[in-house]
Design a protein around this ligand. Structure first.
Ligand code: ZN
Ligand code: ZN
Length: 407
């Protein structure tokens, strides 16, 4: 049983939005065992003095795709699952080293990858996987071009999604992903950028199909997250029981009011558009897909202001793929330009824990929770940029294990 004592910490209290000064934190058996006011002593522990630094919960990213390359989304289906997993390793390690200790995969990652992380075979954030995102024929998870009819539906062909049409098929697909241990069911309920045959304004799945997936998820104590850009798609999803709205760039007042009424949570992924617009072509994104970014880019970050005004809870998401992952922390800057710093911090900690149904495990520096902790050189409440610069993270801990320590 490894034990660590962090002395003289300034703890970032994400509920209060303040710092609790001069606290000692004892970590034992992967959990935060005790928090005391400069009083804790223990024998047989590694003592680390963190005086002058801020101790905060590990970060969460609620929208990642750890196995997806950028140059061709179709190419993924021609890869070996072993090759795909090995390619994901540096992506995952990069996330952990940026301070992300929990990530929710929005399509592609599976029980094998999550198990490797759980068994500590690779340095990585904890992965809450959706398995394959469920899509209708011609929907956002159908990566075929108009001239292609073949779709290799074998489960072990690496891909972001699977196709299901009709209530029974969607129900079966949801049950199958839950059987494979998915933390949540992912549905594609509207058009998107990374698919060839569906413009962003398309509405996908019938209400009955969405409700079947929601019923299966809720019966298993889980929930549905849905890809949706336009107000119409968001309303379609929320009215049929979806809890987590992904992207949601065209959120308007009426839709935000509906989301608030139904306690739906918004996961914007703004950093994806600026970075993919700037770098996508150079790193091999097909031009016809790259062109689709413009439509989303033009609306900017107005959704943040609309959601905030109507009290819709927002959680941190990025949706980056391939080499662009290095911009994962830039979402802090984009949101910080519109929202108070503490709200942005909550989006990546306590609000994310709530969305993941893990409030009793992660998201705060609190006794009894898992020891997912960051020691930050600087105060993120005053300057969110501290979370953008990985060199400011002096210590990165997940489940009590230290992955970086420069103290
Ligand atoms: Zn999406
Ligand atoms: Zn996505």
């Amino acid at each position: 049983m490894s034990r660590t004592l962090l002395k003289n910490a300034s703890i970032l209290d994400v509920d209060a939005g303040t710092l609790l000064e001069e606290r000692d934190v004892l970590i034992s058996d992967g959990k935060i065992a005790e928090i005391g006011e400069k009083t804790l002593t223990a024998t047989g522990v590694q003592v680390i003095d963190v005086k002058g630094k801020v101790l905060m919960p590990g970060l969460c990213d609620a929208h990642v795709h750890v196995i997806v390359p950028i140059n061709s989304f179709l190419q993924l289906t021609k890869w070996s699952p072993f090759y795909t997993a090995l390619r994901a390793m540096p992506v995952l390690e990069g996330m952990l080293m940026r301070g992300f200790t929990t990530v929710r995969d929005a399509g592609g990652a599976d029980f094998g990858l999550a198990r490797a992380v759980e068994e500590k075979l690779i340095p990585s954030p904890r992965i809450l996987y959706s398995g394959k995102a469920i899509s209708q024929t011609g929907g956002h998870g159908d990566m075929r071009g108009a001239g292609e009819s073949a779709f290799d539906s074998h489960y072990y062909v690496p891909s972001l999604g699977r196709i299901a049409d009709g209530v029974d098929a969607v129900r079966l697909a949801a049950r199958d992903e839950i059987r494979r241990g998915a933390s949540q069911v992912k549905l594609m309920v509207g058009g998107g950028i990374a698919s060839y045959t569906d413009p962003i304004h398309f509405v996908q799945f019938s209400g009955e199909e969405i409700r079947a997936a929601v019923e299966e998820a809720e019966n298993a104590g889980k929930y549905v997250m849905a890809h949706a850009y336009t107000a119409r798609c968001i309303q379609h999803a929320v009215r049929n029981g979806v809890r987590s709205i992904e992207h949601g760039n065209f959120l308007d007042d009426e839709t935000a009011i509906l989301m608030k009424e139904r306690d739906a949570i918004l996961v914007p992924t703004l950093v994806a558009y600026t970075t993919m617009w700037e770098e996508g072509l150079q790193i091999g994104m097909p031009p016809e897909l790259h062109a689709k970014i413009k439509y989303v880019l033009d609306i900017g970050s107005t959704q943040l202001e609309v959601a905030q005004r109507h009290g819709v809870k927002m959680v941190y998401g990025t949706d980056l793929i391939g080499p662009i992952h290095r911009h994962q922390s830039m979402e802090f800057k984009i949101r910080g330009e519109v929202l108070p710093a503490i709200e942005v911090i909550r989006s990546a900690t306590s609000y994310a824990a709530e969305l993941f149904q893990m409030e009793d495990q992660i998201g705060k520096v609190k006794a009894g929770l898992r020891a997912d902790l960051l020691v930050v050189d600087g105060n993120p409440l005053d300057d969110l940029n501290t979370l953008q610069d990985p060199s400011k993270l002096s210590l990165i801990m997940k489940d009590g294990d230290i992955y970086r320590n420069t103290l």
